[in-house]
Design a protein around this ligand. Structure first.
Ligand code: BES
Ligand code: ZN
Ligand code: ZN
Length: 504
């Protein structure tokens, strides 16, 4: 999609097939709506009064102007009351606009950007929300049908009319586009089936990304993983025909490799449950068990484009969790890279196993902060539902940063308790240092607490996205399927680090 920014021209005097404008829910039209109303000789006021133009939040009206304005059609986007509008609302309003653009197959759009400016948002905020909202909303997974799911008429030109600073707006558009396209990349990875997105393919994808963004990359194959003693990742991979991969990518922003934020992702390309096999209803959809890896890769795509002044390392443990005569079994005792032994009580609690080795690797390679993201437990869905990511932490200050980033991204996170009781439960084994499944009561907490055993005091936040990585129904910012949850939060987290440093 290409855009042009017009700071001197009046949008109302030019001909456009589609013109997007924001409209407030207020007793008397004002601002840009007033200008339009004047040109229409009070026509807009009448249309609003009659309910033909909707002013309620996130409602879009397509209005043919029949010669009353230079533009052929106006896409009115309802913004509700100015005092109530949040950034999240604004982004979702643009989501609603994006859905309309897709439905109407709009290829060229003009937007009166300043008509969306509110008391809390200037033109640059609006520009970011606009590109982010429409790009997320218009996303479609291509699929594998003879005819692609992606519409044949994409939006390929946007003309932005504003009195704002062109350079600042350009920068805000780049940010919004990077955030949305990184998220969309994550969605695509989640939507791909595991026969096509294997651990090996995921590593190839990462290598391509690293080339694009000049990241340092290292992909560990099975032999290296064996040499390093990653017994937990190897155990999960044991039943598979496809070798495991440990994918490590670095965005180095300073001369020294210090103050490193490590993003650690669960990349189970398919989770059968292993010998603790999943029931037939629970197994469908387990191609999405690499949602954590997708979030990390999506975040790295954003980071690669925006290049924050923050050292970031991505570590992804990738394998499927299969059954065969070679597969690991309940009662097995395995030795993780850290040297800690683990009694396997449930082969379906595999995510925490691969993450144990990924976290250990990250620590050994200079991680000063750890954030792991994983579709880890059905328990988090029972606790928080399908629209909230569960979090655990050993460091409140780091959690605060993650929380701030999540608020900025519009992604809901809720902190769960991490207590001595939970730690005791994961340490309770007669034969090993740890067990991987202490019971079903509070198992979202035990799963997180298990990973905590490998953090060794490094500030750490765990994000369980089992509920949020996918969605069954379409929403204002995208279709059903992979959501790309946490890609934007993780990317914005790296910006939070920079912010904090500059504020010091
Ligand atoms: N991949 C699943 C968690 C999951 C469940 C993700 C539903 C997405 C949707 C994970 O590996 C798993 O199987 N967890 C078990 C843990 C149990 C064995 C302690 C679970 O949640 O039931
Ligand atoms: Zn599992
Ligand atoms: Zn799993």
């Amino acid at each position: 999609m290409k855009w042009t920014i017009h700071t001197n021209d009046s949008v109302l005097n030019e001909q456009h097939d589609y013109l997007a404008a924001g409209v407030w829910h207020q007793p008397v039209v004002s601002g840009f709506s007033k200008e339009m109303d004047d040109q229409m000789k009070g026509g807009l006021t009448d249309l609003i009064k009659e309910g033909d133009v909707e002013t309620k939040l996130k409602q879009v009206t397509v209005l043919p102007t029949m010669g009353a304005l230079a533009a052929k059609r106006v896409l009115f986007t309802g913004l509700g009351k100015e005092a109530d509008l949040t950034f999240e609302d604004l982004r979702e309003s643009f989501g609603a606009l994006g859905k309309t653009l897709k439905k109407k197959k709009v290829s060229t759009l003009a937007i009166a950007l300043d008509s969306f400016k509110g008391k809390d948002f200037d033109a640059t905020d609006v520009a970011q929300a606009f590109i982010e909202g429409i790009t997320l909303a218009m996303y479609e997974f291509e699929g594998y049908k003879k005819k692609s799911n992606v519409p044949d008429v994409p939006l390929d030109e946007v003309k932005i009319y504003t009195q704002g600073d062109a350079q600042e707006i350009e920068a805000a558009l780049e940010v919004g586009l990077a955030l949305a396209e990184g998220t969309n990349e994550a969605r695509t990875l989640v939507n791909m089936p595991s026969n096509l997105l294997t651990s090996v393919k995921m590593a190839e994808y990462a290598i391509e990304m690293a080339k694009r963004h000049d990241f340092e990359i290292e992909v560990l194959g099975k032999e290296e993983i064996e040499e390093m003693g990653m017994g937990a990742l190897l155990a999960v991979n044991q039943g598979s025909e496809i070798p495991p991969r440990m994918i490590v990518m670095k965005h180095q922003a300073t001369d020294k490799w210090e103050d490193v934020l490590a993003l650690v992702g669960k990349g189970i390309t398919f989770d059968t449950g292993g010998y603790s096999i999943k029931p037939k209803d629970g197994i469908v959809g387990m191609k999405a068990d690499m949602g954590g890896a997708a979030a990390v890769l999506g975040a790295m795509e954003i980071i690669g484009r925006l290049k924050p002044e923050q050292n970031v390392m991505a570590v992804i443990a990738a394998t499927d969790n299969m059954i065969s005569h070679k597969a690991f079994k309940p009662d097995d005792v395995i030795t993780s890279m850290s040297g800690k032994t683990i009694e396997v009580l449930n082969t379906d609690a595999e995510g925490r196993l691969v993450l144990a080795d990924a976290v250990t690797y990250a620590k050994q390679h200079g991680a000063d902060y750890l954030v792991d993201v994983a579709t880890l437990t059905g328990g988090v869905i029972v606790a928080l539902g399908l629209d909230k990511t569960g979090a655990l932490t050993n460091n409140e200050a780091l959690f605060e940063k993650v929380l701030e980033a999540s608020v900025e991204a519009g992604e809901f996170i809720w902190q769960l308790p991490y207590t001595e009781g939970d730690r005791k439960r994961v340490r309770n084994s007669p034969v090993a240092d740890l067990n991987n499944s202490p019971g079903r009561d509070g198992h979202a907490l035990f799963a997180g607490a298990f990973i905590g055993e490998f953090t060794g005091g490094t500030p750490w936040v765990h994000l369980d996205i089992a509920g949020t990585a996918t969605t069954k129904s379409a929403h204002l910012l995208g279709p059903a399927g992979g959501t790309g949850a946490m890609a934007r939060t993780l990317a914005l987290l790296s910006e939070q680090f920079v912010l904090e440093r500059t504020e010091k």
